[in-house]
Design a protein around this ligand. Structure first.
Ligand code: URA
Length: 243
């Protein structure tokens, strides 16, 4: 049995707080009866309606995909291009958690669990993402320090990052740099590098928190285990109490 507001939030209809408001406002029915008490426990056999619309409840699934280059991170595409969802053989209504650019490769989580998605995406969760970028030009100590302490993108400073120079190719004037961030602004890594007047030639997300794509070929995926999901929630002490 799960708490009503949590089930509504998991279905993706609303955040947990919004779901609580909906319950208190008398907009939610369980088995045909209006329920206004927060924390009412419901099981998989109970029917839940929000504003008269029945909530469809699917078993939650979680995938880790090693995203190939040239695939869009979306559920549908108006130009009929292949999406990351097309790579996964499932009948569940999954969607990607966050975005990787068309030409970015690496770790991407897909799920049908709205609450888990909200948790991973919320800035307060501070889930780290580690990227490896091939950069045109060679980063110097000063530039690495700038990336670490924060650079301006669209007038807003980035949060502190961890930066490690992995490889320098003097001959071709390129370098490989590892950058770990917990924000998820649009094109963040490319824009951070661009703020130094340099360009990202290739970008891979190697890790999301403790999860990496080792053992997964490009385009391959695997299911995440309940233990791995619990580990994500355990990383945030505020959230731990609710699970
Ligand atoms: N930063 C980028 O610039 N692109 C991505 O795909 C992810 C992070």
């Amino acid at each position: 049995m799960e708490r009503l507001q949590k089930v509504i939030a998991s279905s993706g209809v609303a955040s947990r707080r919004k779901a609580e408001e909906m319950i208190q406002a008398g907009r939610v029915k369980v088995d045909g009866q209006v329920v206004t008490k927060l924390g009412t426990l419901v099981g998989s056999k109970n029917t839940i309606e929000v504003d008269g619309v029945r909530l469809e409840r699917e078993e939650h699934v979680y995938y880790l995909l090693n995203k190939p280059r040239g695939i869009i991170t979306s559920t549908t595409d108006d130009k009929h291009r292949k999406t990351v969802v097309d790579l996964i053989d499932t009948d569940k209504r999954i969607y990607p958690v966050g975005r990787l650019d068309y030409d970015t490769t690496g770790a991407l989580i897909l799920t049908n669990d709205g609450e888990f998605t909200n948790y991973l995406m919320h800035p307060s969760s501070e889930i780290t993402k580690t990227y490896v970028a091939k950069v045109k030009g060679i980063l110097k100590g000063k530039e690495i320090h700038m990336l670490e302490s924060g650079v301006y993108i669209d007038g807003k400073m980035t949060e502190p990052a961890k930066v490690k120079l992995r490889k320098v190719d003097e001959k071709n004037n390129t370098c490989m740099v590892e950058i770990t961030i917990h924000e998820g602004r649009n094109h963040q890594i490319k824009n951070m590098i661009a703020s130094l007047g340099m360009e990202v030639l290739k970008l891979k997300r190697e890790r999301i928190a403790f999860l990496d794509v080792k053992g997964l070929q490009s385009g391959e995926y695997r299911l995440l285990s309940p233990k791995e999901i619990a580990k994500f929630y355990g990383m945030n002490s505020k959230h731990k109490k609710n699970h």
